[in-house]
Design a protein around this ligand. Structure first.
Ligand code: 13P
Length: 250
């Protein structure tokens, strides 16, 4: 299972040190699952210095689609790798909504992150209106088509890194309203088969679930068919909850 901790815009050095030290102490739990933490850009090097000899992997919450130059405030894929990252999250709904990031932007970022060797998690998810109108599958289809429009340019034969889809229904993020087993099963199955058909590929793309995952509901989520892991927000900031989720994945 993939267990990804999206810290979002939380934690200063001191808190991150405490959190990471507690995770490292319990490292024997990480034998079967891939555990990745995604701190803010400012914490990447600091967190890397604590975890580099552990089994915990590091990731960034975004990257630029430019290589380098006059792009104030942006962080390139090379910089992220230089800071110790093996993963990047692209297209989180908070970036799509707050920063007006489009699926076209995400597609350009994927074309930078994947060829340079980063495991890339692309987030997709419908809002409450789409769910209620029952248009969610076509919304997701559109997000996949556009965010992965460069799929054919990615060389899966020569890369060891993974492309991962995170299904994060917007109505389930930070709301305590987790999607039902049927919701998750239907959508993950749909994403996997749509990618195979649309891009005419045999590559198995892992699909992970995000949205109010916690220590109580994670055991049941891991049992759902087509779930290859979870992307956790709030519950990843408390070591006890996060470690319990990892334990539930094994
Ligand atoms: P919560 O787990 O806080 O709902 O956040 C989910 C998320 O957005 C992870 O990327």
């Amino acid at each position: 299972m993939i267990i990804a901790a999206n810290w979002k815009m939380n934690c200063l050095k001191k808190e991150s040190t405490i959190l990471v030290n507690e995770l490292i102490k319990a490292e024997n739990l990480f034998k079967t699952s891939e555990v990745i933490i995604f701190p803010s850009f400012s914490l990447l090097s600091h967190v890397y210095s604590k975890i580099h000899s552990s089994n915990i992997k590091l990731g960034a919450q975004d990257c630029s689609f430019f290589d380098h130059g006059a792009f104030t405030g942006q962080v390139s894929v090379e910089m992220i790798i230089d800071a110790g990252c093996e993963y990047v999250i692209l297209g989180h709904s908070e970036r799509r909504i707050i920063c007006n990031e489009t699926s076209e932007d995400i597609s350009k970022k994927l074309l930078k992150s994947f060829p340079l060797g980063l495991n890339t998690i692309i987030c997709i998810g419908e809002n409450l209106q789409d769910r209620e109108d029952k248009t969610y599958l076509s919304v997701l289809k559109n997000q996949i088509k556009l965010s992965l429009s460069n799929f054919d340019k990615l060389d899966f034969n020569f890369s060891n890194n993974k492309l991962i889809i995170a299904y994060e229904p917007i109505w389930a993020i930070g709301t305590g309203k987790v999607a039902t087993e049927q919701n998750i099963n239907e959508v993950h199955g749909f994403i996997k088969s749509f990618i195979k058909d649309y891009f005419k590929t045999k590559i198995n793309i892992p699909v992970i679930y995000g949205g109010s995952v916690n220590e109580d509901n994670s055991k049941d989520i891991f049992k759902i068919d087509n779930v290859d892991g979870v992307l956790i927000g709030g519950a990843s900031l408390k070591s006890r909850s996060f470690l319990k989720i990892i334990e539930n994945s094994t």
